[in-house]
Design a protein around this ligand. Structure first.
Ligand code: NAP
Length: 318
């Protein structure tokens, strides 16, 4: 049986792995089959991670996290968790391959998933001019007219990045003020290829085989109009990825996993949570990494207490 299994391989998961490995707990990291490395794998330049004054590409940063975790003895498996049994002293983690692993403790650091617009044609046009990842798909939109939906840092980062390829990038935002940070706003406002469409939401995404436009609804007047486009990127935030633990772990009002105060302790003994999956507010790589540290230290204390209790009960029986 393992001491500790870490589910997730973003900044929270790998930082927890670094700490747990340095505590000689030989953590097993379940890194996911297609989304290993977490959200930074879909990012370009990361400019706000301390220690990298010249910036670092998201995937390069995550490769460094992994190397550091493995250097101290973490083991990484590229597979998806399909079910979890968290109650009881022995936790069971089953993977897509059918293999199961047991551990005394689990750190749940599954991050968050892209939010969808909730339109019926979203599924059908996904990958056909509709995308959630500018760094993955931007290249396909050379000299095209496209749009990004959203008003946060992600939307403006994606829009700015997409101007490397596209000839025109609209940013469609449902209000008349952005949520994004000042530096991102300034950069987007200065970019000649970016045009903002305020107070507008996407009523429908149009196109048979591929996106050829959207119908916009004015959020103030309710008026509708057509906007011809060759591509649409959705960047309206993320939702915590909690489906694996529904019914097992308590959730907070925001849909994140509930933890005890500033700790990573969930309502189940031996199960800890870290990163975006517990954080509805800050959701930065550096706060996720810090949260991974907290989880590893909490797990370490828990395992020490379990070991202490085991040796005391062993002493009593002799
Ligand atoms: P976010 O800050 O939650 O912003 C989401 C945006 O999408 C908001 O402008 C929101 O509009 C809009 N929106 C939400 N649901 C919508 C819907 N159904 N239809 C239309 N618009 C909708 O999410 P984010 O931009 O992904 O950023 C998440 C976190 O990551 C933030 O803390 C951000 O600072 C961080 N981040 C940082 C960087 C960086 O520092 N380089 C880059 C990316 C992300 P309202 O404003 O009206 O709510």
């Amino acid at each position: 049986m393992r001491q500790i299994i870490i589910i997730g391989s973003g900044p929270a998961g790998y930082t927890a792995a670094i700490y747990a490995a340095r505590a000689n707990l030989e953590p097993l990291v379940i890194a996911s089959s297609v989304e290993a490395g977490g959200e930074l794998m879909n990012t370009t330049e990361v400019e706000n991670y301390p220690g990298f004054p010249d910036g670092i590409m998201g995937p390069d940063l995550m490769a460094k996290f992994q190397v550091q975790a493995e250097k101290f003895g973490a083991e990484v498996i590229y597979d998806d968790v399909v079910s979890l049994e968290l109650a009881g002293e022995v936790k069971k983690v089953t993977l897509g391959s059918g293999e199961s692993y047991e551990a005394k403790s689990v750190i749940f650091a599954t991050g968050s998933a892209y939010r969808k617009l909730g339109l019926p044609e979203e599924e059908r046009l996904s990958g056909h001019g509709l995308s959630w990842c500018a760094t993955c798909d931007g290249f396909f939109f050379r000299e095209k007219t496209i749009a990004v939906v959203g008003g946060g840092d992600s939307a403006l980062e994606e829009a700015t990045f997409l101007t490397r390829f596209a000839s025109k990038v609209y940013v469609i935002h449902r209000r008349d003020a952005l949520r994004a940070s000042k530096i991102m706003q300034d950069r987007a406002f200065e970019n000649d290829k970016i045009e903002f469409i305020w107070n507008s939401e996407v009523a429908s995404i149009n196109g048979d085989a591929a996106v050829d436009g959207v119908t916009l609804r004015d959020t103030v007047t309710g008026e509708q109009r057509e906007l011809p486009l060759e591509g649409l990127f959705v960047a309206i935030g993320n939702d915590p990825r909690t489906h694996l633990v529904h019914g097992q772990l308590d959730l907070a009002e925001a849909g994140t996993i509930a933890v005890d105060g500033r700790s990573s302790k969930t309502n189940v003994a031996g199960v800890f949570a870290a990163g975006d999956v517990i954080d509805p507010t800050y959701r930065q790589a550096v706060t996720a990494a810090a949260s991974g540290t907290v989880a590893a230290l909490d797990a370490e204390h828990y395992l020490a207490a379990v070991e202490q209790a085991e040796s005391e009960s062993l002493a009593l029986t002799h």
